[in-house]
Ligand binder design. Structure first.
Ligand SMILES: Nc1ncnc2c1ncn2[C@@H]1O[C@H](COP(=O)(O)OP(=O)(O)OP(=O)(O)O)[C@@H](O)[C@H]1O
Ligand SMILES: [Mg+2]
Length: 308
């Protein structure tokens, strides 16, 4: 299955911009599979606002975002402990991508706090957030179709460049050295996600699952410490989802990453995540381990469509 890619002209927009609208590549129904959620028997009393004493990891506290009359996020709390894989789940329109956009400086929260270790991210520009080692993938593919897979990865590596534009224009020797290093790092990232063989192929025409991995490679090539994945399993086959789980764990271990992933694929979420936060209508309705969350009546209600 191949994916026709949007033509994107502005690399800055590519890296910094995110669309909040999903464009399904396959036209299939989207959403969580309630069966995958399981139905725990015990009630859960997971605290909504877990607080953290240290500065270890990501702590989102009472983040609120408005779009005109829409209250997209209403005092949302979330944590992601360092070195863990955390899941951010919830029905369509719950505010998951909006929260990612706040974390990466694309949207400005009206109020609240977003701390990554000891740094307050709220109020920062996207490039400043990236400078603190935070990287992401997008819900919709954002790749340059005519560039090769490796070039698409390199485009995302501006954070690790040290040479200035004058040196680049004059093609100074250290520029070529840096370019070689960056290409080597991109190649290493592509090898990690199993795409070494297609590194020199144009992105256009590659299967959808491959393109999702290109985004993953691009996100890790700049050697982030916090990686945000917006629906990495969307549109993947069963076997691709299993492979993705292995790759995400491998990347976490290899790059010593803290990972937050937004997903509708509950099978993957329940098996992969150490900790979950559930949003519904812009609010945090549950947090805890996958086992705790899946037996939480408010979560079951939200997914069964009762809502509020
Ligand atoms: N830029 C924007 N302007 C206006 N409304 C927005 C904007 N971004 C998001 N919203 C609205 O905020 C709400 C949350 O949207 P968001 O995309 O964050 O949901 P989501 O949980 O990621 O959903 P999905 O699972 O469908 O991707 C929705 O009502 C959406 O329409
Ligand atoms: Mg979304």
């Amino acid at each position: 299955m191949s994916q026709s890619l949007p033509v994107i002209g502005d690399p800055v927009a590519l890296i910094a911009g995110a669309s909040h609208r999903r464009v399904r590549h396959d036209g299939r129904h989207r959403g969580t599979y309630v069966d995958d959620l399981g139905s725990g028997t015990s009630g859960s009393s997971v605290a909504l606002a877990e607080t953290r004493s240290g500065g270890d990891g990501l702590t989102v506290t009472e983040v609120t975002v408005r779009f005109g009359g829409i209250l997209a996020l209403d005092r949302v709390d979330m944590i992601a402990r360092r070195g863990e894989i955390s899941g951010l789940i919830g029905p369509n329109g719950a505010g998951k991508t909006t929260l990612f956009n706040c974390l990466t400086g694309l949207y400005r929260a009206t109020s609240g706090r977003i701390r990554w270790n000891d740094v307050e991210l709220l109020g920062m520009q996207p490039y400043q957030v990236a400078g603190h080692g935070i990287s992401r993938t997008f819900q919709n593919l954002a790749l340059f179709p005519r560039l090769t897979v490796r070039q698409n990865v390199i485009v995302g590596m501006h954070r690790v460049r040290r040479t200035d534009w004058v040196s680049n224009a004059l093609r100074m020797p250290w520029v070529r050295k840096e370019e070689r290093e960056i290409a080597a790092r991109a190649t290493a990232a592509l090898d990690e996600v199993g795409l070494g063989d297609v590194a020199d192929r144009p992105a256009a025409g590659l299967p959808y699952g491959t393109l999702k991995r290109v985004e993953l490679a691009r996100a890790v090539a700049s050697e982030p410490s916090l990686l945000l994945l917006d629906e990495p399993a969307a549109g993947l086959s069963h076997s691709e989802v299993d492979e993705l789980m292995d790759v995400v764990r491998l990347l976490r271990d290899r790059y010593d990453l803290t990972i937050v992933l937004v997903e509708h694929h509950m099978g993957l979420v329940m098996r992969l995540c150490d900790h979950l936060t559930v949003l519904n209508f812009g609010r945090t309705i549950a947090t805890g381990s996958p086992a705790e969350v899946r037996s939480n009546p408010a979560v079951i209600e939200a997914y069964l469509g009762g809502g509020e």
